[in-house]
Write a protein that binds this ligand. Structure first.
Ligand SMILES: Cc1cc2nc3c(=O)[nH]c(=O)nc-3n(C[C@H](O)[C@H](O)[C@H](O)COP(=O)(O)OP(=O)(O)OC[C@H]3O[C@@H](n4cnc5c(N)ncnc54)[C@H](O)[C@@H]3O)c2cc1C
Length: 108
């Protein structure tokens, strides 16, 4: 995954690695900028970690603290979400190297 040549599209491409609080704030800061953003996370959802205690104590369900990233960012027209595991960042090549996200398996 690499930035396009801005000369081709007229827009710079930004890759935001991870959709945690940091990634969401970055997307918000760039929302009205003339850039195309690809946000990569290995999960489809943003986990609101400060409310994990409420899930652990049964006050909230998991779904109430894990919103799909695509929903959270649906009004951000310049953001595309990609489900992938970032395994390396090639700084000179300006690329984030990705792989398929790890499989979540459950005990039988
Ligand atoms: C129980 C608990 C309570 C907390 N309470 C508070 C609080 O009250 N106030 C406060 O300020 N902070 C609190 N924190 C801390 C706060 O949640 C973290 O500081 C914050 O979430 C860190 O944000 P982040 O963007 O760095 O990473 P995170 O929010 O952890 O997001 C990381 C994201 O990166 C993704 N990811 C990770 N590795 C890869 C990879 N290789 N490839 C692709 N995606 C990847 C994950 O799927 C995840 O979506 C709490 C944390 C916990 C666990």
């Amino acid at each position: 995954m690499a930035p396009d040549d801005p000369g081709q599209t007229g827009q710079h491409r930004v890759v935001i690695v991870w959709g945690g609080f940091g990634g969401l704030f970055a997307a918000r800061a760039l929302r009205h900028r003339d850039v195309t953003i690809t946000l990569v996370d290995r999960a489809q959802h943003h986990l609101f970690q400060p409310l994990l205690y409420q899930v652990a104590t049964g006050i909230l369900s998991e779904g109430q603290i894990a919103a799909p990233l695509r929903d959270v960012l649906k009004r951000h027209r310049n953001v595309q979400c990609v489900l992938a595991d970032v395994v390396d960042v090639d700084v000179p090549g300006r690329r984030a190297v990705t792989a398929a996200p790890p499989m979540i398996t459950r005990a039988p």
